[in-house]
Write a new protein. Sequence first.
Length: 118
Amino acid sequence: VQLAESGGGLVHPGGSLRLSCTTPGSIDVKLVANWYRQAPGKERELVASISSFGHSTNYVDAVKGRFTMSRDDDKGTLYLQMNSLKPEDTAVYYCSLKKITWPEVEYWGQGTQVTVAP
C-alpha cells in the first residue's frame, strides 16, 4: 500500500490547513486509518484515528475540538482538517493504514511538514 501526504506548509497561529493522504485505488474498510506527527526532538505521537469500518474516531487531547479526521475509502483518501493551529502543532505529519488482524502490518506515507509560526 503506497501512501502520499500533501497539504502541509507554513501557516500563522490561528490559521487552518487540510492535509490529504492518498493511495492508488480504494482503501480497505477493514484497515484502521491514522494520522501521526513528530516534532523535532520528540517521539512520534498518534494524533487522530478512525477505526475499521469507520465506527469511531479518536483524537489526542491536544487537538480535540480543533482537528477533524475523515476518510473516503472509495476515493482512497484520508483527510486531516486542522483549525486554530498553534505553534506547538508544528511537526511532520504522517498518515498510516494499519491491518490489525494477524499478521499486523502498518503502511506509512513519507510525511508532510506543517509549520505554525508568526
